[in-house]
Design a protein around this ligand. Sequence first.
Ligand SMILES: [Zn+2]
Length: 319
Amino acid sequence: MSEFSPIPVGPISSNLPGVPGFYKHSGRVPANALLAGMLAAVLGGFVLGAVWGFVELYLHLAPAKLQIAGFIFGVGGLGMALGYLPAVVLIRFKARSPFAMFACTLVSAASAYYAAWIFFIFAWELYGQTGRPLWDIAGPVSLARDVKSIYDDGLWRLLGEEWIPTGIYLAMFWAVEFFTLLTIALRTAMKRLNKKTFCENCDTWGTARPIMEISDENWPALKKSLLAGNIDSLATVKPRIYAMPFWCDVTIEGCPTCDNVQTLTVTRIVVMQNKKGKTSTKKTDLVRRLVMTPEQTVQVAVIAAGLKGPVSEGARDTI
Ligand SMILES: [Zn+2]
């Protein structure tokens, strides 16, 4: 299996002694992953865009309130799908390259946008019973001519009012639509790519193991020393107090079979309750994917084992 890497970097951003390293994807992408990812982007994007073209026609004919809701949910949902699809395929084929993820997502959004135009015009003509066959619409030259005529004449009354946007005003809606789609798609895809670490040694995605819940007492100091790569600061932590709505989760993330890549993530959790009694959880990483030596990994595991089990309210006076 051939592989190439546009940016030849290792999984660790720093291996200078005394400088903490944080996990970073290597940027490698197997050739078959790129091929499968691009295929999924072109075909999947096209199908999703075609469906959206039909939905858009329906929305243009719908009452104003439904139009707004339909466009917001439609663009949001389509954007997520356009990022999710290439991401799932690329990750399945072990691509750990943000660049490949970006390229495939861009292609899926472009493919969807092109298909949406074709099928919107196709649906519109079906509705007006002047339908041309699909292949007469799909060509770039005739599509450009159709889009230009919509650009000149306008398409729909904005929010049921008298104003029919044309020209540059109409084009602005189209641009906002495309960039919203693209932004949501990229966010979705990148989020998925950054969900897991990858072990270049074993050619496999890593796993995350939550190993302890600690009190968040003095978390700014803990954060400072962890960011400096000082794992020893974990030795003095206390277990989470269950009566308190804030604590820190400690997770070791890395290769399930070797100790080539093991990383430490400490996440501060704050559970808040609003006036209506509804709770929400805020998560902030104090340190994310700090690369540990095998000795440090053992050290953290020993600390976790030494930490007493869950402490209930009775033990509150220990802090
Ligand atoms: Zn490994």
